[in-house]
Design a binder for this molecule. Structure first.
Ligand SMILES: *Cc1c(COP(=O)(O)O)cnc(C)c1O
Length: 402
């Protein structure tokens, strides 16, 4: 039995069956990961937009190792300087307000929703207008906020207070505004929904609507944040600022941390007793995030994501022109989706067999989220692998190569 088969058997017996993995990973460096049987992959999934600075970046490793040896955890009944320093860095980079720290994406969105509800409480406002096809997490409230039935099915009754408009359709948002509405919440680029960026007119329209009606605009930047789209946060690609946004995935380079980042309007809404987290913003989590931000700045990774994203996009667009089964390319920076006229899973499986990891999403979309440190030769190698696999797919479908 291979080591992978051994691990798979252990999973089958002892780990709840919520995922369907096939590969066991044991080591990562930069864009590369190794499986339990020694096979090497180029990872264009990067832990789902978590390893934005690549696996085992020496500066992040050093910062985490030093902090582990010094002080791993203090409760939030005490100050820890790293938390304040991280809040300052995130605020300076975005909304110039204040932050709250937690441990995951779903928790960050929970915090965002609680913040909005508390802000609207005295006026009896609590309903959040979310988007169809969105993804905000798997807790009950964030699943309720999510605009996809499959995450709710079997768990009803869902928490109330969420309604769903059509993404990129401003009129559908306007139609849902009532005296109960407190906020409009959206992913700046829908990730799980198939890599769909907000249109500029939509972002601007939502902002104007929120200003006119006295609503909050909330962005979920969990997948699109931390340099991924060629800006620190994807909303910075638009002429729009939300009142607050959520972060997680890429923030701690794999050490779990989430954040609610608020502008001045929402910075002083929470008071002691309103919201809390035992682990949130620990010295270790914040050390990982501070080192991640340092690396992104020092290595110019925000600009790099824009630049390398263009290269990858050109390669993918070339496939769209040459292969009939590729119907389009979407996304920004290094958050890109290849749209197929069929299920994406067989293609990502074929990629993995020859050493490239990418994630199928929304049925027919192959999602690419490589580390922002990805090298030119790695981009070329990945495009070569994709081309070979697309060529085989084309041949199997009985089409003559054009
Ligand atoms: C991954 C993700 C979440 C949930 O994050 P978890 O850490 O898995 O709870 C929420 N929103 C978006 C946009 C995401 O991509």
């Amino acid at each position: 039995m291979s080591k992978t088969q051994e691990i798979k058997a252990l999973y089958k017996q002892y780990v709840m069956n919520t995922y369907a993995p096939e590969i066991a990973l044991v080591k990562g460096r930069g864009t590369k990961v190794w499986d339990a049987d020694g096979k090497v992959y180029l990872d264009f999934a990067a832990g789902i937009s978590v390893l934005n600075v690549g696996y085992s970046h020496p500066k992040v490793v050093a910062a985490v190792q030093a902090q582990v040896a010094e002080l791993v955890h203090v409760s939030n009944l005490y100050f820890n300087e790293n938390q304040a320093l991280l809040a300052k860095r995130l605020s300076d980079l975005s909304l110039h307000g204040k932050c709250f720290f937690c441990n995951s994406g779903a928790e960050a969105n929970e915090g965002l929703i609680k913040l909005a509800r508390l802000w609207g409480h005295e006026q009896g406002k609590y309903e959040v207008i979310c988007m169809k096809n969105s993804f905000h997490g798997r807790t009950l409230a964030t699943a309720s906020a999510t605009g996809q039935e499959k995450v709710k099915k079997g768990f009803e009754p869902m928490p109330e207070g969420f309604v769903h408009a059509v993404y990129n359709d401003l009129d559908s948002v306007k139609a849902l505004v009532t005296e109960k509405t407190v906020a409009v919440m959206l992913e700046t680029v829908q990730g799980e929904g198939g890599i769909i960026p907000a249109e500029p007119e939509f972002m601007e329209g939502v902002r104007a609507l929120c200003d006119e009606k006295g609503l909050l605009m909330l962005c979920d930047e969990i997948q699109s944040g931390m340099g991924r789209t060629g800006k620190w946060f994807a909303f910075q690609n638009y002429d729009v600022e939300p009142d607050a946004f959520s972060l997680a995935k890429g923030l701690g380079s794999g050490y779990p941390i989430g954040a609610v980042v608020a502008g001045p309007k929402l910075s002083d809404v929470f008071h002691p007793g309103h919201h809390a987290s035992t682990f949130g913003g620990s010295p270790l989590a914040c050390a990982a995030a501070l080192a991640t931000i340092d690396v992104i700045e020092q290595e110019g990774l925000v600009e790099r994501a824009a630049e390398k994203g263009e290269l990858l996009k050109e390669g993918l667009e070339d496939f769209a022109e040459r292969y009939a089964h590729v119907t389009g390319v979407r996304g920004m920076g290094l958050m890109l989706g290849l749209v197929l006229d069929q299920e994406a899973k067989p293609l990502t499986k074929a990629f993995a067999e020859v050493g490239l990891l990418a994630i199928p999403t929304a049925g027919n979309v192959v999602r690419f989220l490589p580390p922002l440190t990805v090298k030119d030769d790695e981009l070329e190698e990945a495009l070569d692998i994709m081309e070979d696999c697309l060529e085989s797919m084309h041949a199997e479908a009985g089409n003559d190569a054009e």
